[in-house]
Design a protein around this ligand. Structure first.
Ligand code: ZN
Length: 426
């Protein structure tokens, strides 16, 4: 059995379901493993039971630093939905089963094995190689990387980082792409507050029903669209796919002509999106509501502001008896496409699969890469290559039942992270 499989099995058997997390047990397991290989480790914890592990192979000096970033917490698993014990870590037909196998103890284990094997070989780069196994990514209550960048900035500062987020191998019209996430959309939900006047529901004529007034606005939001525009990540993706970049209005058609999946990948990246998802009006059947609140899930392109989004939604809806309230903004950071880490991704893909290319992508979800980009301007990519399991299957298993990872992909991951360290740290 390979080292990465053994380490992953031990990590899965430590239940770090968040909440409550209890990531310290995983951090200690990783510390013991890395210290045995001669890697210097530190635990940093805001509260004792939720430790983050930071380990380091110090550089000889002068070169850029690279952080192998991951999180040790996992989401809830309901054993009744699973075919196998979620924390049993069984190895079946070349796959390790268990909560966190894909998200993301597999990459935690691969990162630790990359560190340990390099350390045992006596490897040192010019820059530091850093391993960060953070707590509390899934909930984000301030015990993990968000806390680390504020409380222990010197421990986690890095010029480059590799994290989860992408790495999927996709075949589009005969072309093989490995997706590398270089940016994230911003989640910036709004509440649409539609006003009316309350009254007894037996006499609708004397009231002004906010729920009924909201209906046309909801319908309009349901078909929200904006003029397409091309962000650098989509330009890079199209260039990898087509060999050139069509004008924005033709981009979706051009991608779909290659493969439906190519269209699905870029469609949400051509502009901000809006989707009404929750509604609240009267609390009583016999009371006509004076207020109807519609929650609108809104995703912005990196670089767009909530103020810009608000103006766009207002212009789309037109004048009316409503307010638009922004709830919060989260994410929306990007890193440059290009430079030593990009070159490492590209050269790895070419070596592993001649003819395949790396393609940048902007993801809709939020990852810990955000904190490093925001705090240190780190060039942070989401790239953990996967090809033994197709990306649609993997997407269905993440945060769901029967999560599992092929051993082949774990070994591919170890090779990638070693390659990244040796290419970037020099
Ligand atoms: Zn994750």
């Amino acid at each position: 059995m390979t080292e990465v499989v053994d380490l992953l099995q031990r990590l899965i058997r430590v239940d770090t379901t968040n909440p409550p997390g209890n990531e310290t047990a995983a951090a200690e397991l990783l510390r013991d493993y890395l210290e045995a290989a001669g890697v210097v480790c530190e635990l940093h914890a805001k509260v004792p039971e939720r430790a983050n592990l930071v380990a380091r192979i110090p550089g000889r000096g002068g070169g850029p630093s690279l952080a192998l970033l991951s999180h040790t917490d996992v989401v809830l698993a309901d054993a009744r939905e699973w075919q196998r014990e979620p924390f049993g870590a069984e190895l079946v037909d070349g796959e390790v089963w268990g909560r966190g196998a894909l998200d993301m103890k597999g990459e935690v284990a691969a990162s630790a094995v990359a560190m340990a094997t390099l350390a045992r070989e006596g490897w040192r780069g010019e820059g530091d190689l850093i391993f960060i196994a953070a707590a509390d990514e899934e909930v984000g209550d301030g015990f993990g990387l968000q806390w680390l960048v504020e409380a222990q900035p010197d421990a986690v500062r890095a010029d480059f980082s590799v994290n989860e987020g992408a790495g999927d191998r996709v075949e589009l019209g005969g072309k093989v792409l490995y997706l590398c996430s270089t940016a994230e959309k911003m989640s910036s939900p709004f509440v649409l507050r539609v006003h009316g006047r309350s009254g007894h529901a037996s006499m609708p004529g004397i009231a002004d029903n906010a729920l009924a007034k909201a209906a046309p606005l909801v319908e309009r939001l349901g078909s929200f669209s904006v003029e397409p525009r091309l962000i650098p990540e989509v330009e890079g993706f199209l260039n990898a796919l087509l060999g050139d970049v069509p004008p924005a209005p033709d981009a979706l058609t051009a991608a779909r002509a290659i493969a439906p999946l190519a269209g699905e990948l870029i469609e949400p990246l051509l502009g901000m999106t809006c989707a009404p998802t929750m509604a609240h009006a009267s609390d009583k059947r016999n009371v006509i509501p004076a207020l109807c609140e519609i929650t609108v899930d809104t995703r912005l392109l990196p670089g767009q502001s909530p103020a810009e989004a608000e103006a766009t939604i207002r212009a789309y809806l037109g004048e009316g008896d409503y307010e638009l309230v922004n709830i919060e903004g989260q994410g929306g950071t990007r890193s440059q496409i290009g430079g030593p880490l990009w070159d490492a991704v590209q050269s790895f893909v070419e070596a592993e699969e001649p003819g395949a290319v790396a393609a940048p992508i902007c993801v809709a979800g939020f990852t810990d890469s955000h904190w490093l980009r925001q705090a240190f301007d780190t060039v942070a990519y989401g790239f953990f290559p996967a090809r033994a399991m197709d990306s649609e299957t993997a997407a269905r298993l993440i945060h769901s039942a029967d999560e599992r990872v092929p051993v082949e992909d774990l070994e591919l991951g170890v090779r990638w992270l070693r390659h990244a360290a040796q290419s970037v740290c020099g």
